[in-house]
Write a protein that binds this ligand. Structure first.
Ligand SMILES: [Zn+2]
Length: 310
């Protein structure tokens, strides 16, 4: 009985989080503002039990999260999620004397000393269930981002999971995304690329099994990316992370691209990243390649780190 009640409570909160309204500019555009704010708030609650934060304190943190993990938008706007999350009923923004939420005006939020606070209903639920922070953070990560960068985002928001097994649960992927990850994607992609990283050619086996090479989605699975050869690329573990972070990309000529924002301060970084710029991805130029220019364009607009505007 107790477990059923806990499951109901968990489903209820996942439902609430799944109803968060996100500002999406086109069908596939990314808008991880509210999820990143919530991940930060969950991490903060886990670390210190704190349920509120001033805009002044959270603004630089949120700006950095948006630059690092958001789409390559020239102007990240931390004031958007801070002010607008109140509409989803999970959060409330008030001035020092109870003044109402002034809206997404950074100057007003900063100068007025506005404070955001998690709703008392959510705080109560987080206090009652020690697993709820893990579950909700896990939900947000799977909903918004590829697995290759989950641990990096968790570390950036200072979130330590109580239960790494839950966090690593393959099934949660399906529950969160409400669709199944088709089996065989990894095999399909690795076969097509002969088990080699498409960027550096890394190839290795341990006891006959490929190691260190993964099948990456070009358009993220979390954003409707297909699990087939129109959207797959084999990448070594390092290049997979750099690709999902937008340090590396694929240009219109089907060659490797490297963000101008990447500093290669070591000769190794120059060798395995910077000097690969412009190198053609041979497999994509084969007649049998089915890679879709639409998926490559999605990655270029939604993930690849373009130059910052002046
Ligand atoms: Zn590689």
């Amino acid at each position: 009985m107790a477990n059923e009640a806990a499951d109901d409570e968990t489903s209820y909160w996942i439902g609430r989080f799944s109803n968060i309204r996100q500002f999406v500019t086109q069908r596939t555009g990314r808008a991880p503002h509210k999820p990143l704010l919530l991940l930060y708030l969950l991490g903060r609650f886990r670390r210190s039990g704190s349920t509120s934060v001033t805009f002044i304190e959270v603004e630089p943190v949120l700006r950095k999260l948006l630059v690092d993990f958001g789409p390559p938008n020239p102007r990240p706007r931390p004031e958007f999620p801070f002010a607008r999350l109140e509409n989803d009923g999970l959060w409330m923004v008030r001035g020092p004397n109870g003044e109402p939420n002034p809206g997404d005006n950074a100057v007003k939020l900063r100068q007025g000393g506005y404070v955001g606070e998690l709703s008392s209903e959510l705080v109560q639920a987080l206090t009652n269930s020690s697993d709820l922070v893990d579950t909700l953070a896990n939900y947000l990560l799977y909903r918004e981002f590829p697995e290759s960068i989950h641990s990096l985002i968790a570390a950036s928001v200072g979130l330590v999971f109580n239960n790494p097994i839950l966090y690593d649960n393959y099934d949660s992927y399906e529950i969160v995304n409400r669709r199944k990850r088709p089996p065989g994607f990894r095999e399909l992609v690795l076969d097509f690329f002969d088990g080699q990283c498409a960027f550096c050619g890394f190839y290795g086996r341990l006891d006959g099994q490929y190691v260190g090479v993964e099948a990456a989605h070009i358009q993220w699975f979390a954003y409707e990316g297909a699990s087939d050869l129109s959207n797959g690329i084999a990448l070594c573990a390092l290049h997979h992370v750099l690709f999902d972070l937008g340090v590396m990309g694929i240009d219109e000529e089907l060659a490797i691209d490297v963000s101008v924002r990447f500093d290669s301060e070591s000769s190794a970084a120059r060798l395995v990243v910077s000097e690969l710029k412009g190198k053609p991805i041979e497999r994509f130029r084969k007649a049998s390649s089915r890679v879709s220019p639409v998926n490559i364009a999605w990655h270029r607009t939604q993930v690849f780190k373009r130059p910052r505007s002046k």
